[in-house]
Design a protein around this ligand. Sequence first.
Ligand SMILES: Nc1nc2c(ncn2[C@@H]2O[C@H](COP(=O)(O)OP(=O)(O)OP(=O)(O)O)[C@@H](O)[C@H]2O)c(=O)[nH]1
Ligand SMILES: [Zn+2]
Length: 186
Amino acid sequence: MDTAKIEAGVRLILEGIGEDPNREGLLETPARVARMYEEVLGGLEEDPSRHFDVTFDEGHSEIVLVGDIPFYSMCEHHLAPFFGRAHVAYIPGEDGRICGISKLARLVDGFAKRPQVQERLTGQIADTLVEALNPAGVIVVIEAEHLCMSMRGVKKPGAKTTTRAVRGCFTTDADARSEALALIFR
Ligand SMILES: Nc1nc2c(ncn2[C@@H]2O[C@H](COP(=O)(O)OP(=O)(O)OP(=O)(O)O)[C@@H](O)[C@H]2O)c(=O)[nH]1
Ligand SMILES: [Zn+2]
């Protein structure tokens, strides 16, 4: 990440809003913002599929769900945060291959820490899991509040956006899909 560019940009924004970037309270702000962006937008520098280099052959054939994974992302239209909970579920493939459950949360974070739209975030998580595990099916549900809709613009705090990505057997087997969604929203 080019932190010098971020710092120069933040100085320009401060000048643009009529602030003095050289007053004492703001002197360190460009560097702080650059460090924050490294933390919350550092996902472009990583390939989240790397978390699936190690998987386990357990012969498990039933659904695995890691629900209520908290996440923070940044809306690419306003660079304002959106945040909420992700639910990631899969049914292992014929080989019964599973992954460490923490890797599903790392997968969410890897794609969340980029300029995003919620729909793309949801699909990227599902598609990466399909590639990594060759599972029978995947469902990802994300529920989020967008600050660009809460604190500005249409100003509807509390409005929740829900997105879903469905892959494999969950697209054709309505019972399996209903069962997974019931587990997610129980
Ligand atoms: N589909 C989708 N839209 C999003 C997401 N995040 C923000 N948006 C929307 O992106 C749109 C951008 O619309 P524009 O009309 O270009 O921008 P704007 O004038 O700031 O729009 P308002 O937010 O309505 O004031 C807005 O409707 C946002 O609510 C997202 O993750 N998914
Ligand atoms: Zn936005």
